[in-house]
Design a binder for this molecule. Structure first.
Ligand code: PHE
Length: 305
């Protein structure tokens, strides 16, 4: 990912929703491999420009995710900037506005769930456009894309929503406070919330051997990936290991694959990660450099062909 000042996105739409008044942002990073995929994030931001920054970075990661997953899709992301100020727009108004923006892109962007949205929200978006994944299974979609949670491991859990403690303990997990989570000794740290958790300052305090999780944009900046490599912590690139949702939804909804075939395709992430970790070890360079190289090689081949 680039840290320079050049616009590398194909298209960015910013619309003030006529029903909701909310800023609705769609960043299309690349459609070189096909229509861009990416979830719809519904979240409170301090300023809509913070939502724009999020959409830009998240959509780029989606391009690498779909490329490495072998999908004929590009990367995009939609952000609906929720505000705390009264009067608060209703969720249907927000999502109908969002659906109209997706529809206006004519299929160049297909949305799906992300932080703050799930299958019932996709159904509301689906009332305005057919370019949407993961509507409830009762409505012809493939439903929740978050998939099975890890079983068999000893799990320590934390959440900024302290009410989740009871759920964690009921599931037999140990609970730690959110401010302790990064420094708790563990084999594998699993970021599963909003991005930007792992900053350069945090790297020295981590007590894990590897970081592997479903959150998008886990690292505050790309430079943190190099720092992690220097201190010997293996970072499995988030845009590679979090592709299960897009792989499953496209397999089932676009290619009408069986549940088993979709799962087989999701499981190919493992061998891809293994080969990237091998390449990284052999070349003594951080795994994310090998992963980005592979993701970009598909884009370059598509552009040439
Ligand atoms: N939030 C999902 C991701 O980041 C987005 C998504 C899931 C899009 C399923 C389409 C289908 O990968």
């Amino acid at each position: 990912m680039k840290d320079d000042q050049t616009l590398t996105h194909e298209q960015v739409e910013v619309v003030r929703g006529p029903r909701s008044g909310a800023a609705i942002i769609v960043a299309l990073h690349s459609t070189a491999l096909g229509p861009a995929l990416g979830g719809c994030r519904l979240q409170v931001y301090r300023h809509w420009l913070d939502g724009l920054a999020d959409a830009l970075r998240l959509s780029e990661a989606m391009t690498y995710k779909t490329s490495l997953a072998g999908l004929d899709h590009g990367g995009g992301k939609m952000v609906i900037v929720r505000s705390d100020a009264a009067p608060k727009p209703s969720v249907p108004d927000l999502l109908h506005d969002a659906g109209d923006v997706v529809q206006s892109l004519g299929g160049r962007y297909i949305t799906g769930p992300d932080i703050g949205t799930g299958p019932t929200d996709m159904e509301l978006i689906g009332q305005r456009t057919r370019h949407v994944f993961c509507r409830p299974e009762t409505h012809g979609g493939s439903g929740d894309s978050s998939g099975d949670t890890a079983t068999g491991a000893r799990v320590t859990v934390s959440d900024t929503d302290l009410e989740k403690r009871a759920v964690a303990e009921r599931l037999g997990c140990r609970w730690v406070r959110p401010d302790q989570v990064l420094t708790t000794p563990t084999d594998v740290l699993v970021p599963a919330g909003p991005g930007g958790l792992i900053t350069a300052d945090v790297v020295g305090q981590l007590r894990c051997s590897a970081i592997v999780g479903p959150a998008n944009n886990q690292l505050a900046t790309d430079a943190v990936a190099d720092l992690l490599h220097e201190v010997g912590i293996v970072w499995a690139p988030d845009y590679l290991v979090s592709a299960g949702g897009v792989i499953g939804a496209t397999a089932r909804e676009l290619h009408r694959a069986s549940a088993q075939a979709a799962e087989d395709q999701v499981r190919r992430i493992g061998p891809t990660l293994t080969s990237i970790l091998r390449q990284s070890a052999a070349a003594e360079r951080p795994p994310h450099r090998a992963a980005l190289g592979l993701a970009r090689s598909r884009l370059t081949a598509a552009a040439a062909g």
